[in-house]
Each structure stands twice: as C-alpha cells, then as structure tokens.
Design a binder for this molecule. Structure first.
Ligand SMILES: Nc1ncnc2c1ncn2[C@@H]1O[C@H](COP(=O)(O)OP(=O)(O)O)[C@@H](O)[C@H]1O
Ligand SMILES: [Mg+2]
Length: 413
C-alpha cells in the first residue's frame, strides 16, 4: 500500500503541475514502451497517492484492452489482464471508457454493476481514455481505497495528463515498430550478404573445376593429336602433298590450344595461386591490351602487401569486371589500374579516359549486375566501393580495404 504523504493544497498543486510538465518532456524523448510505461505509472501514483494505477492499451486484433503496466496492489496478477472494449457490463469501467472515448468516474464501486472486482479493497475507480487524433488507443485507470476517494478534480487533471501520455505511448510504439523494422531489414541484408558470398564461393569452385577439367581432357587430347601429326609428318616423304595439309592442321591445333588457354585463364587464373595477384594481373593486362588496343598501365604506390586467397580472387574478379566494362562501354584510349598501400589501408583504382556514365542510373538498372557485383565482392572482404564518373570525362572506380582484412598472414594460407 502507498504510504500516506501529507501535503498542503498549494504544495499538491505544485507537484501536479510538475508532473504534467515532466510528462510533457518525456513525450519528446523516444523511449520504448517497456521503459516509458513503468515510469509514467510510478510518477502519477507517487504524486496523487492512488492505491493503484494502470495503463491499458487496445489490442486491435481482438478489440480488447490489455493491462500493459500497473502499480499498486496485486501488480503481477493484473499484468496482461484483458477486458473487452464494449459498453456491456463485462467490459467493466475501462471497457466502457474505451468504447465511448470518455472518462468514467465511479465514486463508490460497490454500488456499480459495472465494476469488475480485481482488487478487493478498492472503493472508488476512475478511467480516462488515451486518444490520438480522436482514436482511443488505451485507458488510464486509477483506484482509491476510500468511497469518494476520487473526484472530478482527479478526472480533470488525469484528462490533461492523458492527452500527453497518449502521445508518448504512440511515439514509443512507433519507435518500437521502427526499431523492429530496422532489425528485420538488417537481418535480411545480412542474410543476403552471406548468401551472395556463398554463391560467389561456389561459382569460383565451379570455375576452378571446369578449368581443370578442360585442361586435363580437351587440352591433353589436342596435344595428343599434335604429337601424332608430328609423327606422321616425319614418316611421309619430303615432297608429299599431304605435308602441307598436316602443317595446316598443326597450326589450327596450336591456335585451338591458345584459345582454350585464354578461356581457362578467364575461368580460373591458376597463376593467382602460384605467383600472386600482381604477376597475374600484369599478364592479364598484356593480353587485354593486345586484344583491345586500349593502353594499360599498372601503378603500385607504397609498400605492397601479400594478399590472402579470398582477397586475391576477389580483387582479380573485380578488376576483370571493371576492365571488361571499359572494353565494352567506355570507348577509352587508356586505362590505369592503381594500387596504393598507405597507413593500413589499400586503395584500388581503375581509371579510364572514355565517355563516362551516369552512375546513379547505372546502379539503379536492375538488369546490369557488373557494378553491383564489384561492390558485393568488395564488401565480402570488408571493403567499400565508390564510383566517380561524368559523361564525357571518363570514369574512376575506387575500392578501399583495411589492410589486416586482406593481408596474408600464414605462409600456407
Ligand atoms: N567504364 C565505363 N565507361 C562507360 N560506361 C560504363 C563504364 N562502366 C560501366 N558503364 C555503364 O554502366 C552500366 C552498368 O554496368 P554493369 O553493371 O557492369 O552492367 P553491364 O556491363 O552488363 O551493362 C553499363 O551498361 C554502362 O552503361
Ligand atoms: Mg559490366
């Protein structure tokens, strides 16, 4: 039971005004309901000495009021207690208040058929609606142990408070919804990121397998055919007409092998594992320049590190994709790949002198996945991706990584 606090009328008035002011202040702070409601009931019942006080909120699905917070007698018993929103007697006093959106003062509960006996000692009860834009979202309920222990004065003060409490409750509710939605989005984004990373890994595994298969089967068969033509050639007399044909076949077979090697290299640059990123990149750029006529330059600034295997393959694929875009879209004369190692960070830039593009538009186009995959690949190894491009002034794609995330630490990793 609350201890009796004896206060003068003017002191009491001051406390009430302070309470109203404090409640108003809480409205501007975003708090969760579970923080806000105990605070409100504690403040109100301390100031007014009610024997008990509760906040009931409407459950729209069931059209019931649920006791969300309460203080005073038999608290635990009442939390979660439900009454229907109705003006029939089973709604009790609070059900009636929610139904009509008006406060209801019962000076002597034992004389009211509507009273639901929850606390044996209660003698007076007052319910005040919590409303937002005319819609009832809950009820503030206070009780007293004395007949006539609650008056119209309580009704008037609580009504003032109720409008502020309603706003605070609504804010807290919106805040909770927002926090939940935010957590949900974050969870989905994390899932998607993991899924993408896994897909990329599987794709690399698959590419590696196909490259190895082609190398072990097709390439070996062609080599076999070359040896046989060589043998046949030696057995033929010098001047046989078939010699020319066989030479031509040999040239075709050599071409076939070199084409297949190019394809295998695109699928899986084995040199990455053996020699590391820069030698592989250099030989890729030589091939690229030959095939496209676009002048390439690789610049390395600062002290290069050795990359770990996930970073090696991610960087190689990112650059492959970026260079492929330059070839396909940029109409560039030159392209530069720049690595900068500085202060624990690694920056990678691909810069061309081509026609440029509108990055917002390019990233928004759902069917183009190159730029998006460059970003995802980078994020998978903890990096970030930025594009600077202006129509007519070339493009500059930049990635930034934290050195410890991409550096090779174990000699055999
Ligand atoms: N280096 C570049 N120069 C000019 N335009 C580019 C360049 N890179 C990308 N783009 C533009 O951005 C678009 C999106 O690129 P991307 O996501 O790789 O998809 P895709 O290459 O399949 O079209 C391209 O269609 C192109 O218009
Ligand atoms: Mg592309």
């Amino acid at each position: 039971m609350q201890s009796e606090v004896i206060t003068t009328p003017s002191r009491q008035r001051e406390l009430e005004l302070t309470l109203i002011y404090q409640t108003a202040q809480q409205i501007t702070q975003l708090q969760s309901l579970s923080e806000l409601l105990p605070h409100i009931v504690a403040e109100v019942s301390r100031t007014f000495n009610y024997s008990s006080m509760g906040v009931l909120l409407v459950d729209e699905e069931t059209n019931e009021l649920v006791v969300r917070e309460t203080i005073g007698l038999e608290r635990e018993k009442h939390l979660g207690f439900r009454v229907p929103v109705t003006d029939a007697v089973e709604g009790g006093i609070c059900g009636w208040v929610a139904y009509h959106g008006q406060s209801y003062l019962v000076p002597d509960v034992l004389a009211s058929p509507r009273y639901i006996r929850t606390v044996e000692a209660t003698r007076a009860e007052l319910g005040v609606p919590l409303k937002i834009k005319g819609k009832v979202i809950g009820v503030l309920d206070v009780q007293s142990l004395a007949v006539n222990g609650l008056t119209e004065r309580d009704e008037s003060i609580l009504s003032t408070l109720a409008s502020q409490i309603a706003i605070a409750v609504e804010n807290a509710r919106l805040y909770e919804e927002l926090a939940q939605a935010h957590a949900e989005i974050q969870r989905k984004a994390d899932q998607l990121q993991r899924l993408l990373a896994r897909t990329v890994d599987l794709q690399e595994e698959e590419r590696r397998r196909i490259a190895a298969d082609i190398h072990d089967s097709v390439v070996q068969l062609i080599y076999g055919a070359m040896y046989e033509t060589e043998g046949t050639l030696q057995r033929l007399p010098e001047d046989a007409a078939a010699q020319v044909d066989l030479h031509n076949i040999q040239v075709s077979l050599k071409q076939a092998i070199s084409e297949i090697y190019k394809a295998i290299y695109d699928l899986w640059p084995a040199s990455l594992d053996e020699m590391g990123l820069f030698p592989s990149l250099r030989s890729y750029l030589v091939q690229y320049e030959e095939a496209t006529g676009i002048g390439c330059r690789l610049r390395i600034q600062g002290n290069p590190i050795r990359f770990n295997p996930p970073a090696r393959i991610a960087l190689f694929r990112i650059l492959q994709e970026a260079l492929y875009n330059v070839r396909k879209h940029a109409q560039a004369h030159t392209v530069e790949v720049i690595f900068t190692f500085q202060e624990g960070r690694v920056k990678v830039v691909v810069q061309d002198d081509g026609i440029g593009f509108d990055q917002e538009k390019a990233l928004a186009e759902q069917q183009h996945l190159g730029l998006i995959s460059m970003r995802e690949r980078a994020e998978n190894i903890g990096g970030t991706f930025t594009i600077e491009s202006w129509p007519g002034r070339g493009s500059r794609l930049a990635w930034e990584f934290l050195q410890p995330k991409i550096e090779r630490v174990e000699p055999n990793d």
